[in-house]
Design a binder for this molecule. Structure first.
Ligand SMILES: [Zn+2]
Length: 460
């Protein structure tokens, strides 16, 4: 049996975070009422002329710099012609031969270096809503409505080389790219809101083979889970077909998460011919050197994963960075907190001043009450804190210390025990109060509650 290797490339689309659309001044507001954010430019009235959004160009350039792309000295917008109801002009303004960002790469720590073919800027189409009949699907719908609010949203398209070789590989790359985009502040990149989506190209070949076989394109994937499962399904179905001796052709597929199968969306005969040509209504974009120098980049997540991996291993590093607050988690780790605890604290306890990391680490490692921990983190966000007063508020979290206290209280209050067992559950509060008094408020009420219930159930 042949050994197969998957070859995967991605086309990732992200809505840029600008106040207005790509070529007009219509505001972009998520969730606005349908067709309220339109104008003659984005509705393609005759004579209306586009004006490019400077912010969108800058954001695209920042991403290009972050991915080490060749930045174009002379970039042009192009018309991509096709007919569809969500495209009032009959063409989309995109980029073709001269994108803003050319070749680059993104290193996935612990994984592959993924080549970036290009990153360009375009406008999104409007949104079609299918209604009546088989609601939500074009086939069988009674009628369709178009919401032009989305039409003209600045859209960044990033195309990778076919450098990925499996679902895990693609998943890590995509998460890293998403995190990079989010941290650059250029897009919310939320799949569930549709501000990030991907087309996934998958083919397989026998190990050692150098050329590429026909690829299947999974269109408009908008969930990390479905992307992973779609890739696995495509690999499985292609390998099975080749092993049956079949030949395959290049096609576009839809992945159906309910059946975990792929169905042909569009086959090769209908392959697109967009008749691209330079957009005559827009001048070329020539980013000046001063502009590129002014676009500062933060430390990027890929670099931070690589650095953290040396301290906490690769899995820990990925987990820390995906908390979105790994700079704070890293400070806690540096002060001696175990990384899993640091990740949870960074996620759930939010922010603190960096100079408080050492004090917080001491408090976290001591067994302080929940109240003390809450207060320490609340104060640490705005002022410099000292660990000592919190360390004094030690929690009695140890069950072996609590059980004798509970048993003594139950023994001293036989009437209340009887009424609890008789069904008066409210009496539990009386016991919790008694235990808290006895421990000077240092017990964890949750633990006390559980231990009380257990003891009252078991002992007679
Ligand atoms: Zn408009």
């Amino acid at each position: 049996m042949a050994e197969w290797e998957a070859v995967i490339g991605l086309e990732v689309h992200a809505h840029l975070k600008t106040r207005t659309k790509m070529f007009c001044r219509c505001p972009l507001e998520y969730g606005a009422a349908e067709n309220t954010s339109t104008c003659p430019v984005c509705l393609a009235h005759p004579g209306a002329l586009p004006v490019p959004n400077r912010k969108a160009i800058e954001q695209t350039l920042r991403l290009g710099l972050a991915l080490g792309c060749d930045i174009a000295e002379h970039s042009v917008f192009a018309r991509k012609n096709y007919f569809y109801p969500d495209l009032p002009k009959g063409y989309q303004i995109s980029q073709y031969e001269a994108p803003l960002c050319g070749k680059g790469a993104l290193d996935v720590p612990g994984g592959t270096r993924v080549g970036i073919t290009r990153a360009h800027l375009e406008e999104d189409a409007a949104k079609t809503v299918h209604a009546g009949g088989a609601t939500g699907r074009s086939v069988g719908a009674d009628y369709s409505l178009v919401d032009f609010n989305r039409g003209g949203t600045p859209l960044l398209e990033i195309v990778t080389e076919p450098d990925l070789h499996g679902a895990d590989d693609a998943d890590r790359f995509l998460r890293l790219l998403r995190q990079t985009i989010v941290e650059l502040g250029i897009s919310d990149a939320e799949m569930e809101k549709g501000t990030l989506r991907a087309d996934v190209n998958v083919s397989v070949r026998e190990r050692g083979e150098t050329g590429f076989r026909p690829r299947w394109e999974l269109k408009n994937m908008n969930s990390f889970t479905f992307i992973r499962r779609g890739i696995e399904a495509a690999i499985r179905e292609q390998v099975a077909a080749y092993e049956r001796g079949e030949t395959l052709e290049q096609s576009t597929y839809d992945y159906d998460p309910d059946t975990d199968r792929l169905t042909v969306h569009r086959s090769k005969e209908e392959a697109d011919d967009y008749r691209y040509f330079p957009e005559p209504d827009l001048v070329p974009v020539e980013p000046p050197a001063e502009l590129l120098e002014s676009l500062e980049l933060p430390e990027l997540p890929g670099a931070r994963v690589a650095r953290l991996a040396e301290q906490v291993g690769l899995d820990g590093a990925w987990e820390l960075v995906s908390t979105g607050n790994d700079r704070k988690a890293e400070l806690l780790v540096g002060a001696g907190v175990e990384w899993k605890a640091a990740a949870a604290l960074a996620m759930n306890r939010g922010d603190f001043l960096p100079e408080n990391a050492a004090a917080l680490a001491r408090i976290v490692q001591a067994n302080v009450t929940r109240e003390a921990l809450d207060e320490a983190f609340a104060r640490a966000a705005t002022e410099r804190i000292d660990a000592e007063p919190y360390l004094a508020q030690t929690a009695v979290g140890d069950e072996s210390e609590l059980v004798p206290v509970i048993e003594a209280i139950l023994a001293a209050n036989p009437d209340q025990v009887a009424s609890y067992r008789g069904g008066k559950e409210g009496v539990l509060g009386f016991f919790v109060g008694a235990v808290m008094r006895e421990t000077n408020g240092k017990a964890d009420p949750k633990v006390v509650n559980r231990l009380l219930r257990e003891t009252l159930r078991v002992s007679k």
